[in-house]
Design a protein. Sequence first.
Length: 543
Amino acid sequence: MPSTAGVFMPPTPRNEPVLSFAPGTTERAALQSAVAEQAATIVDIPCVVDGERIFTGRTVDVSMPCDHRHVLARAHLATPELVERAIRSANSARRAWADRPWEDRAAIMLRAAELLAGPWRARINASTMLGQAKTCHQAEIDASCELIDFWRFNVSYVRDMMADLQPPIQPSATWNRLDLRPLEGFVFAVTPFNFTSIALNLPTAPALMGNTAIWKPSNTQMLSAWYGYELLEEAGMPPGVINFLGGHGADVGDPVLASRDLAGLHFTGSTATFQHLWRTIGENIHQYRTYPRIVGETGGKDFVVAHPSAHCGRLATALLRGAFEFQGQKCSAASRAYVPKSLWSELRERLVAGMADFTMGDVRDFSNFIGAVIDERAFRKHEGYLQLAHATGEVISGGRADDSVGWFVEPTLVRVDDPRHRLMSEEIFGPILTVYVYDDEDWTDILKVVDDTGPYALTGAVFAQDRAAIDHATAELRDAAGNFYINDKPTGAVVGQQPFGGSRGSGTNDKAGSPLNLMRWISPRTIKENLCPPTEWRYPFLD
């Protein structure tokens, strides 16, 4: 039974300020201490079902990408029996969680945000640095600021939805209401290695709406995922609402997708994996209690197209940051650039000079701008693309890789003569930027090439000082990117400012960090109450 009554307003959300970690600051000292402590510890990461920590004995090592012999944790993987227990736990917890007032669920998310903004910040940032090879800045904007923003803004969006979605028309003697029910079943949250914020948002956004979830983090992101799960426990998340299962994809996914109680899939990862999951759900569609909601954000081959009027210095900065921060392992990273011949000579010089100043190495050294790619599988894939670049393009800068200590791939700039080259059309997910130089008079034609090259439509940017050119590109590329940037890099979407997501082969474009995403986790029920029911069945036209 509710213990309070009222129309409650949550705290007004604000974007969490990004800490600088400049030398001499208290946040730098706290983070360095947390990094040193975690690097000296091997964490035993369990599965958690119904609040119980379970050590299955089937483990994988979680290692530092910057020093792949350095083990940070041993993660226990779920067995088929444990997956079935998690399904039962999610179903058992569903009714009580759904019945709780929305503000109780919101309070847990708001408390989690405050814990992360305060005593948990260094811990989560440090685990993201060590386990995912993010610099202190990249860890801060992801694991702290964006995640805090997700939790704060999502609560505010729910409050608005509760009010704004109510029926606007109330005829005499009638009360119309809209009940924002959670889905009937549980949500399967499958999360990626590259963003701690995404990994925690994917199970908690449905949970805020009253759903229970089974969460399968990436095995390479388990350290920060585990600390994030512990943070949620401290914030008051009840047992069974989010069940935490490490494991290989099929070992967890197959039994979960076979459950009649699957009500939703919340996914971020590769296009191929998402299509496999969707296909499996389609094959099982006859056995589900309800049609599962499918929400996914997948691949990208994100573009920057420059007009001859573009400011070369600003374009260079956008490419250096947009292509190479976090080793290009962002689904929004600038991966292909289209540059007019009149700008190419100056831009090339600026890019080469900037890349020469990059420092690459262990992220525990705060002076490094570039870390390692996530694991050996990614490293070998990037090696293959570097070989392709040397064989079929002009490698202008970089082009080498070294796995002797960590999975280090040099930031690489390549020029190709074919705008439909594999390097211009295939997702690489690494620090490789490919440039095609076009004749200035071919501006209109190059926009068409940008639009129809490759299967993706996630992010993209246009650089121009000519306003007509900006308007032209904005119109021609309307379907080419779910997040479109004008005179800015195509990375760095901020919750509450640029809701994120793309279409085509990049996903369902349900815009994480907005009400559009949260609406996917409700099954609305219309309630009509007749305050004065009729007593005569006959209508006047019968007289």
